[in-house]
Design a protein around this ligand. Structure first.
Ligand code: C2E
Ligand code: CA
Ligand code: CA
Ligand code: CA
Length: 277
């Protein structure tokens, strides 16, 4: 019977049931973490590659479990995406992003902050209106924000989403295609991509200096930027040779541990001030 087969399977794969049980437990904890607002953001600087000067921040979600453990984003983001909680998570982070913008401004730092959105958000019919009223209520103007979408997700249902993205761009908001280059359909869509910025995926940056093919992909993305008028930024820059290669190829902007790791708002303010002085 099916029951016997299941038992046999579990006996053979002892980790399996525990996996599901712990994922389920994590889900209910994520749900309460959201209502208790236990999730918070860290900010990672985006810089000008020529001199490392701050040009913006990216907001990254963090979750500190009540037991003191830090749950990594790759775990709770995918859980939120598959369980329908991602909309609330992204909304919470956007609220915190707006409030961070006020704190930065009070500290004399005026650069935009990018926030991440997943594809279930984008295809949710009320997403854009809800986002715009949230921003308005927080007294933030759209040009202080940038929206980051993962490329592969952006392309799905793209014709439905792109008019909304165009509207955001016309309001002054940046729209960035995250992890650019690792999807498949990007080239056929490139001319009608409703975006201001392409973010070169870390995997290409990792192999700079080791793989001629990856260097050529980076060069090609930079050329696409020139031809179609996108700003290009490279993510995950960890070494000076990577920075130099990118700069020599004409890439103007970057982000990565070489410059700064994601940090708390007070640390980010300190970092920006130290740099300005
Ligand atoms: P992402 O949007 O591609 O964000 C960049 C990730 O790379 C971040 O990981 C960041 O901490 C990490 N990183 C930045 N520079 C370096 C570097 O030089 N070296 C290395 N090894 N890593 C670097 P994180 O914070 O773990 O986030 C992982 C992913 O989770 C993000 O990837 C994004 O897709 C997703 N995510 C994070 N916050 C949110 C959110 O609020 N909403 C949504 N929907 N997704 C989020
Ligand atoms: Ca991102
Ligand atoms: Ca990315
Ligand atoms: Ca990436």
């Amino acid at each position: 019977t099916a029951h016997k087969q299941k038992l046999a399977y579990l006996a053979y794969n002892p980790g399996f049931e525990q996996d599901i049980a712990s994922r389920y437990a994590l889900l209910s904890e994520l749900r309460s973490a959201l209502s208790l607002e236990q999730l918070y953001l860290e900010l990672q600087p985006k810089v000008r590659l020529s001199d490392g000067k701050l040009i913006g921040f990216e907001a990254l979600a963090r979750w500190k479990h009540p037991n003191g453990q830090q749950i990594p984003p790759y775990q709770f983001i995918s859980l939120a995406e598959t369980s329908g909680l991602i909309g609330r998570l992204d909304q919470l982070i956007l609220q915190q992003t707006c409030s961070a913008l006020h704190s930065l401004k009070a500290a004399g730092i005026e650069v935009p902050i990018a926030f991440n959105v997943s594809s279930p958000d984008l295809i949710e019919p009320r997403f854009f209106n809800r986002m715009l009223s949230l921003i308005q209520e927080a007294n933030i103007s759209p040009n202080q924000l940038e929206l980051e979408i993962t490329e592969t997700q952006a392309v799905k249902d793209y014709s439905r989403v792109s008019p909304h993205l165009r509207k955001l761009i016309s309001l002054g908001m940046g729209v960035s295609i995250d992890d650019f280059g690792i999807g498949y359909s990007s080239l056929s869509h490139i001319t009608d991509l409703a975006a201001t910025t392409l973010k070169i995926d870390k995997s290409f940056i990792d192999r700079l200096g080791h793989s001629r093919a990856d260097e050529q992909v980076v060069e090609m993305i930079l050329r696409l930027g020139e031809c179609f008028g996108f700003t290009i930024i490279a993510e995950g820059i960890e070494t000076e040779p990577q920075r130099l290669t990118l700069q020599n190829r004409g890439c103007l902007q970057g982000q990565g541990y070489l410059f700064a790791r994601p940090m708390s708002l007070p640390k980010a303010i300190e970092w920006a001030r130290a740099q300005a002085s």
